[in-house]
Write a protein that binds this ligand. Sequence first.
Ligand SMILES: [Zn+2]
Length: 127
Amino acid sequence: MRDDFSQTVKENLAKRVGYKCSNPSCRCLTSGPQVNPDKSIIIGVASHITAASSDGPRYDNTITSDERGSSENGIWLCQNCGKLVDNDTTRYTVEILQDWKRRAEYDALLEVEGRSKQLTDPRASVF
Ligand SMILES: [Zn+2]
């Protein structure tokens, strides 16, 4: 039995990081145009921080089924990074993924508020 994310949770995870991969050393854009003007391409995945099923990576049997399928247990990654974190769970721990998520959401907030440009513009006064 798998506690998969709903479509709403997946979209929420993607939007909260501006459809960019949450891996701080990747940050690639995961959405773009398809040739058909009515369609788009998504190369991102809503990955489980702790696995959706008991045989999956970083499974946590102390949380409920609802918690397992909630936004709090998800992180938006590109397909490469999604594969990466699930194939080396010793390196990519729950704590690491939660840190990536926090930083990616913070970066998205700065960007959506227009503050990321100020912080990288050497002429701008930060404070
Ligand atoms: Zn990535």
